[in-house]
Design a protein around this ligand. Structure first.
Ligand code: SF4
Length: 318
């Protein structure tokens, strides 16, 4: 595990990518979107400005160290606390990975900057580019993704189409379904129609199995996703990890987190630091605890504190 790194996390088990080493290229919630379903909470810096948000040399130094000391994963994935293509040197990071390992590189992006030819050129160096597309018209786009004003749905589709032409690797599309928001088959069918010309290698359906930014967002039932999957060509895979909380490792980490919160409320950052986990890893455990009402979030002076709920506090102390 990469507990001593600042920009690397995991490798984390992923239904999409097997064991995936995450590379985080932005500060927390620096993104061009503020999606209602974001598992990282609301966007605090909604921007389309590209810059070196974290030092490229430090990221590359950590990658070199990880390859020398461990180097075992199925993918190295540019993802994390925000939109990775906002980092102006993300292509350099892809090149650096490829210079030290043969592991494939995946880029997870919301596609908002793919209209920029520099972004496309850099993205095309990845082995897999996964673009999230969960809306079918400007209204649904504004409602679901709450984009920066400079970003349009049309621009994302056009940018993704141009990337498709330049990409030697695979194009995957992820559609996030929020129950009652974009889950009606007619609307999902419209998304499927928009995606079809992009000729993606894979289409994946996800839903809110972890706590979303907005409490009104609910997970779609698994059987509904399975039925929506047939609307796509190729048929979509359901990747929402309904069963992830069943693994022994998750159970062990949930227990430790609950025991800590039974002693004092903590922010997500405090817990991530205490357990040596990246925020994304922490959210997997914390999300399950919140959903099962063992832990609740409380706002205090612009911070969200997590608090163990009474009946489970006693259980955790036992
Ligand atoms: S889900 Fe992705 S694109 Fe949407 S706000 Fe979160 S980090 Fe940004």
């Amino acid at each position: 595990m990469t507990t001593n790194y600042k920009y690397l996390f995991g490798p984390v088990p992923s239904r999409r990518l097997g064991r995936s080493l995450g590379v985080d290229l932005t500060p927390h919630k620096t993104c061009s979107f503020d999606c209602i379903f974001c598992q990282l909470g609301r966007t605090t810096n909604r921007t389309v400005t590209r810059q070196d948000y974290v030092p490229t040399s430090a990221v590359i130094a950590e990658l070199h160290d990880w390859v020398e000391t461990d180097g075992s994963a199925d993918y190295i994935t540019l993802a994390g606390s925000g939109e990775p293509t906002l980092h102006s040197s993300f292509g350099e990071v892809i090149d650096a990975v490829k210079s030290v390992t043969t592991l494939p590189v995946a880029l997870l992006t919301n596609g908002s900057l793919l209209g920029d030819s520099d972004v496309r050129t850099a993205a095309a160096r990845a082995d897999v580019v996964k673009v999230s597309l969960s809306a079918w018209d400007p209204f649904s786009f504004d409602h679901v993704n709450r984009p920066h004003p400079d970003v349009t749905l049309k621009g994302i589709y056009e940018g993704t189409w141009m990337l498709r032409e330049a990409l030697h690797g695979e194009l995957w599309i992820e559609v996030f379904i929020a129950w009652g928001v974009n889950s009606i088959p007619r609307d999902v069918g419209r998304i499927a129609e928009l995606i079809k010309p992009l000729k993606p290698d894979k289409i994946q359906l996800n839903t809110a199995v972890r706590p979303p930014a907005e409490t009104f967002v609910e997970a779609s039932p698994e059987e509904h996703l399975v039925s929506l999957a047939k609307l796509f060509e190729p048929t979509a895979e359901v990747i929402a990890d309904f069963a992830s909380s069943a693994s022994p490792q998750v159970a062990a980490n949930e227990k430790s987190i609950l025991a800590m919160l039974s002693r004092r409320p903590c922010t997500a950052d405090q817990m991530a630091s205490a357990f040596g986990l990246h925020r994304n890893e922490l959210s997997k455990y914390l999300g399950r605890l919140v959903r099962t009402e063992q832990v609740a979030a409380q706002s205090e002076q612009e911070n969200s504190y997590y608090v163990a709920q009474e009946k489970d506090t006693q259980h955790a102390r036992a």
